[in-house]
Ligand binder design. Structure first.
Ligand code: SAH
Ligand code: SF4
Ligand code: F3S
Length: 472
């Protein structure tokens, strides 16, 4: 343990030194405050990493811009989960060639999940040689050292993509985008190896943060006025594995719920195989923990679930839903669904539709299966043509459109507590979310943004509801 702390301390020293040195170099190099354009693709974990990257860049002296043309440094924090995520990144990087030509001093950085794949890094080196810095998910905290190397040597590419299974790096600065809702990572990596998924390969093994570090960060967020925190992990239900003293996700939620203040706690993602009755009871007991559970089922066919290595059956899943519905008032569910997993038949797909009908999700995130190099599913026979998969997807979306609206209809006539997040799409309206994560649009003064309000729902739309502010 002591040795680990020594390494962490030395690492921190190195980082701080590099931050100071880069700061000085930038002051000499630019006659203005250098600006960074940072974009994170992919999931909330990536967005949260992006906030740390921005925290580090800010410490080195960078300001931020939303315009690539204005930027002195452009950084893409990439996602590898599906092919179209990767294609989008390559498209964006290709377009930077021109910008780099016009402005040779522009620094281009690529990081995140795609960079943990060998074939991607090779492609960048050969096809996009104008990229300056490439680093993977394990090297985020070394960005100051990498930038320092780039600024002080003639190295064309500075690359750091080795997989390192070291400890979690605490104490990195965070520059959060919003001031109402905050992401709070509680663990990193994934051990589950669902057969379609690249995440365990690009994020490494599961590691949990110490509860005291999470609690301290949550308290700080409350002090800063945040009204909602979302705890992040690929499988938050297995939080605490390997930590001493023993702690699990339910215990963590109970500790967070004790923090003083009027705020909400959300979490994602919950893996059904580790979703326990204890957790559902905890959600019921803790007033700050939202009664909304993102519980991705992926498929309604037991055969496909087995092929996906998900470790639960449709029956196990429905039993959890049933228990939650009986115990947690107004509980709502959302899910991820994969359409067209290798070998999935029309019958399997119809079982997914049936399950969706049975559960009645508030929202679905739907994906057509995308083969990922290195995963088991990528080697399985996949005979269903893409056009057929798209037609299935269309059917699924239509069904969910109807079911979503039906579940919203049930809200009409009742009053709900809403966290007001900003202005709505139409003039004079605000938008917020209920505890169950439903979007509510209603007329109210802008001064309510960032506050809780009580809203009576008057009308159900397809993807949201409309309401009227109830004066308190
Ligand atoms: N850890 C989370 C999911 C992270 S990835 C969980 O286990 O639920 C987010 C979603 O992307 C997954 O739930 C899955 O539905 C989808 N996904 C992952 N790999 C995919 C692939 N190869 N093709 C299509 N969708 C995929
Ligand atoms: Fe991917 Fe499965 Fe891990 Fe989720 S639990 S990140 S789907 S391997
Ligand atoms: Fe994508 Fe990496 Fe998240 S692959 S979904 S950004 S963990």
């Amino acid at each position: 343990m002591e040795q680990v702390l020594d390494i962490a301390y030395a690492e921190k020293q190195r980082r701080e030194q590099s931050i100071q040195m880069v700061h000085k170099i930038l002051e000499e190099r630019y006659d203005h405050q250098p600006l960074a354009y940072v974009h994170s693709f992919g999931c909330q974990q990536n967005v949260s990493d992006g906030e740390k990257i921005m925290g580090l860049l800010a410490q080195m002296g960078y300001g931020f811009t939303q315009s690539q043309d204005e930027a002195d440094l452009i950084l893409y924090n990439t996602c590898a989960v599906r092919e179209n995520a990767e294609t989008r990144v390559f498209g964006n990087v290709g377009a930077l060639k021109k910008l780099k030509k016009e402005k040779p001093g522009l620094l281009l950085c690529l990081c995140g999940c795609m960079m943990q794949q060998k074939q991607v890094v090779e492609k960048i080196q050969t096809s996009y040689p104008f990229v300056d810095i490439i680093f993977g998910t394990h090297a985020l905290h070394t960005l100051p050292q990498l930038l320092h190397t780039k600024l002080t040597t003639s190295q064309r590419h500075v690359i750091s993509v080795e997989e390192q299974e070291n400890q979690i790096v605490e104490g990195l600065p965070t520059r959060r985008e919003g001031s109402i809702k905050a992401w709070l990572p509680i663990m990193y990596g994934c051990d589950n190896f669902c057969t379609y998924c690249i995440v365990p390969y690009v994020r490494g093994r599961e590691k949990s943060r110490m509860p005291q570090d999470i609690l301290a960060e949550a308290r700080e967020l409350m002090a800063q006025g945040y009204k909602e925190i979302t705890l992040l992990g690929q499988n938050v239900n297995s939080y605490g594995k390997g930590l001493e003293p023993a702690v699990n996700f339910s215990k963590l939620l109970r500790m967070l719920n004790e923090i003083e203040g009027d705020f909400r706690i959300r979490f994602m993602t919950s893996h059904p195989k580790d979703c326990t009755r204890e957790l559902l009871d905890t959600i019921r007991d803790c007033d700050k923990v939202c009664n909304h559970i993102h519980l991705p089922v992926q498929s309604g066919s037991n055969r496909i679930l087995r092929e996906m290595n998900r470790h639960y059956t449709k029956e196990d899943y429905l039993a959890l839903i049933d228990y939650a519905r009986k115990n947690i008032p107004d509980v709502a569910f959302s899910s991820d669904i994969i359409v067209g997993f290798p070998g999935e038949t029309r019958e399997d797909f119809l079982e997914t539709l049936e399950l969706i009908r049975q559960v009645g999700y508030e929202r679905l995130y739907t994906f057509i299966y995308s083969p990922r190099t290195g995963t088991k599913a990528a080697t399985m026979a996949d005979p269903v043509p893409a056009a057929e998969k798209s037609a299935w997807m269309q059917e699924l979306l239509e069904l969910q459109g109807e079911l979503g609206q039906e579940s919203f209809e049930k809200m009409v006539g009742r009053s709900w507590r809403v966290l007001v997040e900003g202005e709505g799409k139409t003039e004079g309206t605000l938008t917020g979310r209920t505890e169950s994560n439903v979007i509510v649009d209603f007329k109210a003064p802008k001064s309510l943004i960032g506050q809780f309000a009580t809203v009576k729902v008057t009308k159900a739309m397809k993807w949201a509801v409309l309401g009227e502010l109830i004066e308190k």
